[in-house]
Ligand binder design. Structure first.
Ligand SMILES: CC(C)(COP(=O)(O)OP(=O)(O)OC[C@H]1O[C@@H](n2cnc3c(N)ncnc32)[C@H](O)[C@@H]1OP(=O)(O)O)[C@@H](O)C(=O)NCCC(=O)NCCS
Length: 133
């Protein structure tokens, strides 16, 4: 899990949390599959590029550090913004669950996709939790 922290005007640690992005390794038989979830919980921080940036960062971490080769995202059918965002990140719709009113989007990380992903996140610097104060 990565908590998204905005250091603009907020004071305390919790004041500046705007959302989170999670990567779950849900398939015990296939550790190369990652299920990704993103939420910009603070509405005033939506539509400002944070969701896309955080998702790309988590995917890049998954590919380079965890050996993930495919991602899935399960999203409520009514959640157009999220579906739209994942499609922009090259995910394709692979299933619709009418019981849960949910669509599954998937990305298989080919060599070309991996190059694209690493290129999108080439400006990102990795630090340990205690460093970025
Ligand atoms: C969906 C969500 C994660 C997107 O994050 P964001 O920071 O708001 O989005 P970004 O500014 O990074 O935009 C990235 C892309 O998302 C899509 N998008 C964002 N807001 C959108 C909206 N209101 N309608 C349609 N598409 C939208 C666009 O494709 C956009 O690409 P573009 O800027 O090139 O057009 C965020 O708005 C959110 O958490 N929304 C509510 C909670 C939710 O439903 N979460 C999903 C649970 S899985």
């Amino acid at each position: 899990m990565l908590l998204l922290r905005w250091s603009g005007q907020a004071r305390g640690e919790e004041d500046c949390m705007v959302g989170d992005v999670n990567l779950f390794l849900t398939d015990t038989e296939d550790p190369t599959l990652g299920e990704i979830e993103i939420m910009i919980a603070e509405p005033s921080y939506r539509g400002r590029g944070f969701g896309k940036e955080a998702t790309l960062m988590m995917m890049s971490y998954g590919v380079t550090d965890l050996g993930i080769t495919k991602f899935e995202a399960k999203i409520g059918r009514e959640n157009e913004a999220s579906i739209c965002m994942f499609k922009k990140l090259h995910f394709k719709e692979v299933a619709v669950n009418s019981v849960f009113q949910e669509v599954t989007l998937r990305l298989d990380v080919s060599d070309e996709e991996k190059r694209w992903l690493l290129d999108q996140t080439s400006h990102v610097e990795k630090k340990t939790y205690s460093e970025p104060k």
